[in-house]
Design a protein around this ligand. Structure first.
Ligand code: FAD
Ligand code: SF4
Length: 374
């Protein structure tokens, strides 16, 4: 963290405003430099309750790091390193009760049902309760976190951060969370229903033998919930995005001979360069210009330059994108990945904040009208 702090030249007019949630990078760095760590942590957390998590895995090179003026010289401040350290400490203090949270009294309180406990649902519930509304969050799975819990590999994200955040939401803020509960519409009980159900399922390939393959999200969920030793197995991954590379990293980490096959060139890979480099260093093999044509038991067959090539494959994983499947609920509001397709945690948080801001303003306006206030 110190290296990154030292790099910051404290621009009078700061350009480092690329965070989708408007994190005030320059101000936070100044606070840390002057020793106000809790204040910096507070600013980060209340601007983005998942800051300890985004600090660890936000693709900041697309956002705040990219907007730092020093990126023009190729050596920008990597703010996520700073955010990770400060936010982790701050979350710890909130979870243990060393620091408190003030929740507004709200005469205009509304009853919100939040469907989905991923980043978007968590962020909406957080801001709604802070503003004094009543919130019930429904999560289909047995644990909170959405893709943070079931998609992103353990090696990239310390899942205890989600547990600590949940502890704060439930025990310090009083958010009611029902897990193992798939939401079935019941508008009667709630003023508003907020749908934050994410993308749903992996896209399937329509080729012969597709039944022998498994979807990327299903594979990652399986390895996140009950990881197993894959030593000696051959695993072939079809795709070239971040999710494909995550599958490759997980398979390799658990001992499999791992090959990632992509239908275009290395330069066309959509995964982040840092992740590709990491996978290469781990020993993942990459095959380019390989289009999948058939999957057989024990074999994945591709076409390259009009010729057939095949790889031994005990498990073929299809990582070519996700299909959005969301509940259609009359009058509901939709946020996060279920609107945009897979994006990023910080964009899911930003969409939740934007919606809460709108609904909160509407609640106040309605109350003023009702009580005939100015
Ligand atoms: C493999 C992978 C790696 C990623 N890596 C990164 C990364 O490094 N950095 C980054 O910023 N982003 C990353 N992302 C993207 C990020 O995880 C998502 O953008 C983010 O999780 C979206 O949040 P969300 O709340 O919209 O959806 P989700 O996280 O998908 O959460 C939706 C939740 O809704 C629940 N749900 C669905 N239907 C119902 C229902 N009917 N009733 C109740 N609950 C329901 C689901 O169980 C789930 O918990 C990654 C995504 C994947 C798949
Ligand atoms: S959430 Fe991401 S973009 Fe926003 S300040 Fe943190 S690292 Fe930068």
């Amino acid at each position: 963290m110190k290296n990154e702090l030292d790099k910051c030249i404290g621009c009078k007019v700061a350009f480092c405003n690329g965070c989708p949630c408007g994190t005030d990078v320059g101000h936070i760095i100044q606070l840390i430099k002057s020793g106000n760590l809790d204040e910096a942590g507070q600013l980060l957390f209340f601007n983005n309750p998942l800051s300890a998590i985004t600090g660890a895995i936000c693709p900041s090179h697309e956002f705040c790091t990219k907007s730092c003026i020093l990126s023009r010289k190729g050596n920008p401040v990597n703010f996520s390193n700073i955010e990770r350290e400060i936010s982790k400490q701050y979350l710890e203090k909130l979870a243990t009760g060393e620091l408190g949270i003030a929740i507004q009294d709200n005469l205009h309180a509304r009853h919100f049902a939040v469907v989905g406990g991923g980043p978007a649902g968590i962020a909406f519930a957080f801001y709604a309760i802070l503003a004094g509304h009543n919130v019930v969050l429904f999560e289909r799975e047995s644990e909170l976190g959405g893709m943070l819990r079931y998609g992103i590999p353990d090696m990239r994200l310390d899942k205890s951060l989600i547990d600590k955040l949940e502890n704060v939401l439930v025990n310090r803020m009083g958010i009611r969370i029902y897990k193992n509960t798939e939401f079935v519409s019941s508008k009667d009980y709630f003023d508003e229903i907020i749908v934050a159900t994410g993308v749903g399922s992996s896209k399937r390939l329509d080729i012969d033998g597709k039944e022998h393959a498994i979807g990327a999200l299903e594979f990652l969920k399986e390895m996140n919930t009950s990881p197993c030793d894959l030593t000696g197995q051959n695993i072939v991954i079809v795709g070239g995005g971040n999710v494909a590379v995550d599958c490759a990293i997980v398979a390799k980490h658990h001992g499999a001979n791992t090959t990632l096959c992509y239908r275009k060139s290395k330069q066309d890979l959509r995964a982040y360069p840092k992740e590709i480099e990491h996978a290469e260093k781990m020993g993942v093999k990459f095959e380019f210009w390989a289009s999948p044509s058939q999957i057989k038991k024990g074999k994945a067959i591709f076409e390259r330059d009009g010729k057939e090539i095949s790889f031994c494959s005990d498990k073929t994983i299809i990582a070519i994108g996700q299909d959005i499947t969301k509940p259609e609920i009359d009058g509901a509001h939709y946020i996060g990945d279920c609107v945009t397709g897979t994006r990023t945690i910080i964009e899911a948080v930003a969409s939740a904040k934007k919606l809460l801001d709108k609904l909160h303003k509407e609640a106040i306006a309605k109350a003023k009208e009702f009580f005939k206030l100015d």
